[in-house]
Design a binder for this molecule. Structure first.
Ligand SMILES: [Zn+2]
Length: 453
């Protein structure tokens, strides 16, 4: 309960801070900028620069030339998709938005969240804690469309975008091209102000074949071709004068094959499944829910496991901004880089991987400590709100949300981003700067106060 109180206090304080921001925002009645956000799942920060052929990937290179790019983006912890998508749409750390991974469990209500189970992720309860950008924009009268983006098709406080399509497994780059074609039409002749488009092609190939594989390079080219066509169409129709395009991603990718040096460690070898109610997720991060009275025993046994850090909930590092989340379990097992946790071969494992072959091998993985370079991801943008041909210092994933709000001239919801890290990317960076720069100080103050009360 105390953890909840602190989360609420943090959000409340941010609310107070942000509420003072509104009068500082310069109003420009003629400003009618549009925004297209393209989320390319699993796009590691160095994928474009690693290309030996400097003429390849003309779409991304056009963005670099005509717009801005961050040197890299630091992901959140855990560097997993659903948690990071929710950060991208709210600017909040996992412990503040409560979508703490791809799999998690509400022990009180006995409800589970699973990445590929749309029935479970449709539970409206998961989504009512915070307001994503598509809800704020819709509430403020902007016309919003989404394609495959998280569960943007679930109403938040009764509000849905004009067109909402939530996440469902959609392989390949073809859907990206089709959705970008629809985006042009929606912006040009249907009055849309914000369109958010998700594509998982690069992440799929990264998981299947690894981040340095030829298959990944082909996927990059396929995505780039769709992006290039889209940017040219914007230019041909003069939409580029009013439309801003942001390319974002959720996390990077690291090699997972034994051939690349990854070591697989069986959690089953260190855990008596009779002592636990669930083991949630595996690979980079596994949350363990011990049965009553078994926590000390389970913790001691897991501490023997090779290649992992094991934490009791209260000892999870503060700078993960994770442990105060509502659905965090009693014990967290984090694989060190180079190690992979093989999930338990038990019905108590969520999700349960096939029993054969065992261990299940991934070509590429993510979810590791968010300071590891392989987990870094990208931010690029172009359009009237952004400078031209500018590369700035690294930003954090929590910083991106406030840029949407700035471009759309909306007051942001309380968030964990820092305006000082993003202002240099913008042509007009006056908005909110004075007030939001207090955020890091505020967060530090709150952390310090925890030790005194
Ligand atoms: Zn992802």
């Amino acid at each position: 309960m105390q953890r909840r109180l602190w989360c609420a206090l943090a959000i409340l304080c941010c609310s107070v801070v942000c509420s003072f921001a509104a009068p500082d925002k310069p109003k420009d009645v003629d400003r009618k900028e549009k925004l297209v956000v393209i989320l390319l799942d699993g796009f590691r920060w160095d994928y474009v620069d690693q290309q030996k052929d400097k003429e390849s990937l003309p779409g991304f290179r056009l963005l670099h030339k005509e717009g801005v790019r961050a040197k890299w983006v630091n992901p959140i912890f855990p560097s997993l998709s659903y948690a990071s998508w929710t950060t991208l749409s709210t600017g909040l750390y996992a412990e503040n938005h409560n979508i703490i991974g791809n799999y998690f469990h509400d022990s009180y209500r006995k409800e589970t969240f699973e990445l590929f189970n749309r029935t479970l992720t449709s539970n409206q309860r998961w989504w009512q804690d915070v307001e994503p950008i598509w809800t704020t924009a819709t509430r403020k009268g902007r016309k919003v469309g989404t394609f495959l983006w998280a569960r943007s098709d679930i109403p938040v406080r009764g509000i849905l975008p004009h067109q909402a399509q939530g996440f469902q497994l959609t392989k390949g780059a073809t859907s990206l091209g089709a959705n970008l074609d629809k985006t042009i039409k929606m912006i040009k002749s249907e009055g849309y102000d914000l369109v958010m488009v998700y594509n998982e092609h690069i992440d799929n190939k990264g998981h299947q074949f690894g981040p340095t594989s030829p298959e990944l390079m082909i996927a990059l080219q396929e995505v780039d071709a769709e992006l290039y066509k889209f940017l040219k169409k914007l230019d041909d129709t003069d939409l580029d004068e009013t439309v801003n395009v942001m390319i974002v991603s959720d996390h990077g990718m690291t090699s997972g094959t034994p051939h690349s040096g990854a070591e697989y460690v069986e959690i089953d070898d260190y855990l008596d499944m009779d002592d636990v109610s669930y083991v949630i997720d595996r690979a980079a991060v596994a949350a363990v829910a011990p049965l009553p009275g078994k926590a000390d025993k389970v913790y001691k046994q897991l501490k023997q496991m090779r290649g992992v850090d094991v934490y009791r909930r209260d000892d999870i590092p503060d700078n993960y901004y994770y442990k105060n989340g509502r659905y965090v379990q009693e014990i967290l097992v984090c694989a060190k880089h180079g190690f992979v946790i093989s999930g338990a071969d038990s019905p108590k494992q969520i999700p349960r991987d096939p029993s054969t072959p065992r261990p299940m091998i991934w070509g590429g993985l993510h979810g590791y400590d968010n300071t590891h370079p392989d987990m870094r991801t990208i931010f690029m943008a172009m359009g009237p709100s952004f400078k031209k041909h500018y590369q700035g210092e690294p930003i954090d994933l929590v910083d991106i949300y406030q840029i949407y709000a700035h471009v759309l001239d909306l007051e942001p919801q309380p968030h964990n981003g820092s305006w000082s890290r993003v202002r240099s990317y913008l042509t007009n960076s006056a908005s909110f700067s004075k007030v939001l720069s207090w955020n890091p100080i505020l967060m530090t103050l709150l952390i310090l106060l925890r030790y005194f009360i």
